[in-house]
Design a protein around this ligand. Structure first.
Ligand SMILES: Cc1cc2nc3c(=O)[nH]c(=O)nc-3n(C[C@H](O)[C@H](O)[C@H](O)COP(=O)(O)OP(=O)(O)OC[C@H]3O[C@@H](n4cnc5c(N)ncnc54)[C@H](O)[C@@H]3O)c2cc1C
Length: 378
């Protein structure tokens, strides 16, 4: 009997999951992706769009192209998720499946900071990055501020990269001498997920280019008329051009489905990305089955939600493959490392000794809890 997988979201995670599952599953099984957008976007290139070295068309592709690879594509808004029924409403039409992958990414909530959206431009959106490029082209000097409006956001390197790129753009344009650049960060240091050494190195890069760095400045409000930032610690700052990373939160259908915890994010097993609800179900119903491991690409890159993750990642990856060996193939397919990556070990399967083979585990990816995944097992 054929089975069906419904993938909500055709961003980076959704497309990789769809392609991996299409390769893994027999032809009679259906793989369907749903997205509100017509085109798939590669977000890292937004930073290049911001400084004019890429055009939007260089890093977006029609999602409909997936149809040529045996993946069914639906265009529409996911308005409701029913985890119990393994179903979702797409533009109010209910679609059920045997398994569901939630890959709706993180939603932006600039409205959480009064005045932010009116006063600044965000390089985390296509429209924002394009508008920033236009503003940078016109910029003839003044006060440029780069701001992270909350400490948790996807791609911890993104705003630091953006600040360096903007500085370089203005230097090439010949207006750097008449420009002050300040970076106000809600977080205590750059790239906290990568540890203090990386933080010091990135801060050194930023300050080495004459960008003043102000950590632990949580913005409370922005006054567009007077171009003033007000921070929770009482500090204020003026700007002529404000570039920001908006606060993130779980998408509305995910929150409304009751999948989030008290922090507003979806708690998942870091090795399988299953929500705890599905993991419990898996243990009860299916995980006792033994099957030959099937290896596949993972849905996301090395995760990095906490310092502990780095230390634990080697062991975690090794442990995950052993743990996953007892799980059904669909879970293993998106939760096991595709291959051991350390130069010392060419084994395809994990050797089980921390530090010897896999150096990567799968997980929730940039922003960690911003990633949302759930899978129900047959
Ligand atoms: C400027 C920038 C630079 C980055 N640089 C890097 C980098 O260098 N390296 C790195 O690893 N990561 C980077 N990232 C992070 C990376 O892009 C994200 O972590 C990744 O895109 C998350 O993938 P996702 O599939 O979870 O979500 P997304 O890629 O955001 O995809 C979510 C999809 O769901 C769709 N969707 C959402 N809600 C609905 C709904 N209700 N109905 C229908 N469709 C919906 C959206 O249209 C979208 O297509 C960067 C991000 C940004 C913004």
């Amino acid at each position: 009997m054929s089975r069906s997988v419904l993938i909500l979201g055709a961003g980076l995670g959704g497309v990789v999951a769809a392609e991996a599952l299409r390769k893994l599953l027999p032809a009679e099984d259906r793989v369907t992706v749903v997205d509100r957008a017509e085109s798939h976007l590669f977000p890292p290139s937004l930073l290049w769009l911001m400084v004019g070295t890429r055009a939007a068309g260089d890093f977006s592709r029609p999602i409909a192209r997936l149809a040529g690879r045996g993946i069914e594509v639906l265009r529409g808004e996911v308005t409701r998720i029913d985890p119990q029924a393994v179903a979702a409403e797409i533009d109010a039409k209910k679609i059920s499946a045997d398994a569901m992958v939630i890959a709706l990414g993180a939603a932006y909530a600039p409205e959480a900071i009064p005045g932010l959206a009116e006063a600044g431009l965000s390089f985390y959106t296509l429209e924002g990055a394009a508008a920033i490029h236009a503003e940078l082209e016109k910029f003839s000097g003044g006060r440029l501020v780069v701001l992270t409006a909350a400490p948790q956001y996807k791609c911890p390197a993104g705003p630091y990269e953006a600040a360096l790129l903007a500085e370089d753009f203005l230097a090439r344009k010949g207006v750097r001498g008449s420009t002050e650049i300040d970076f106000y960060a809600a977080e205590p240091a750059p790239m906290v997920v990568a540890g203090p050494e990386m933080g010091r190195a990135v801060r050194g890069l930023i300050e080495g280019r004459g960008i003043r760095y102000h950590p632990e400045h949580q913005v409370a409000s922005v006054e567009a008329a007077s171009r003033t930032l007000r921070f929770a610690n009482g500090a204020t700052a003026q700007f002529d051009l404000l570039l920001y990373v908006p606060p993130h939160r779980a998408p509305a259908p995910v929150r409304e489905a009751g999948l989030t915890n008290e922090l507003g994010w979806v708690p998942v097993d870091r090795h399988t990305l299953q929500t705890s609800r599905w993991a419990a179900r898996c243990r009860r119903r299916a995980c006792s089955r033994t099957a030959k491991p099937r290896w596949s690409r993972t849905t996301s890159r090395t995760p990095g939600p906490a310092k502990a993750r780095r230390g634990a990642s080697t062991a975690a990856a090794c442990a995950s493959s052993r743990r996953a060996a007892g799980a059904p193939a669909w879970v293993r397919a998106i939760s096991t490392p595709s291959r051991c990556r350390a130069s010392r070990c060419a084994a395809r399967a994990c050797c089980g000794t921390p530090g010897r083979c896999c150096t990567r585990s799968t997980g929730s990816g940039a922003g960690s809890r911003a990633y949302v995944r759930a899978i129900r097992l047959e």
